[in-house]
Design a binder for this molecule. Structure first.
Ligand SMILES: [Zn+2]
Length: 118
């Protein structure tokens, strides 16, 4: 039925988790950098990734905020990072694009568990 197909297409458009079904790698590639989706402190997927303007690395907002809240001398924890600048609140910018990629990735990982697509 054409109408059913149209509905299906509409669902595809509304659901971001189906837009890149084959992109299930753990690394996000940007124009110039390869980003990890994982927070260096918790080793978990970042829910609210923020980018360090000084070196381009990403952290989960909650993790980095907790780290710099108690200390003014926190350096970027990414292994191999060349930045010697202490991380400050105003160095961090949210990365909505990476956030969406991670949420899409999480949705894909959860598909087999939840499986609630009626
Ligand atoms: Zn760094």
């Amino acid at each position: 039925m054409l109408s059913e197909f149209a509905d299906f297409k509409q669902e595809m458009l509304n659901c971001p988790s189906t837009s890149h079904a084959d992109d299930n790698t753990e690394i996000v590639e940007d124009d110039t950098n390869v980003f990890s989706m994982y927070d260096p402190w918790t080793k978990g997927l970042m829910l609210n990734p923020v980018r360090n303007k000084n070196c381009g690395h990403h952290y989960d907002r909650d993790s980095v905020m907790a780290a710099i809240k108690d200390s003014l001398s926190v350096k970027c924890p990414i292994v191999g990072c060349v930045s010697n600048i202490f991380v400050q609140h105003n160095h961090l910018v949210s990365n909505e694009a990476l956030k969406q990629r991670i949420h899409t990735y999480k949705a894909q990982q959860g598909e087999e568990v939840t499986n609630d697509d009626n």
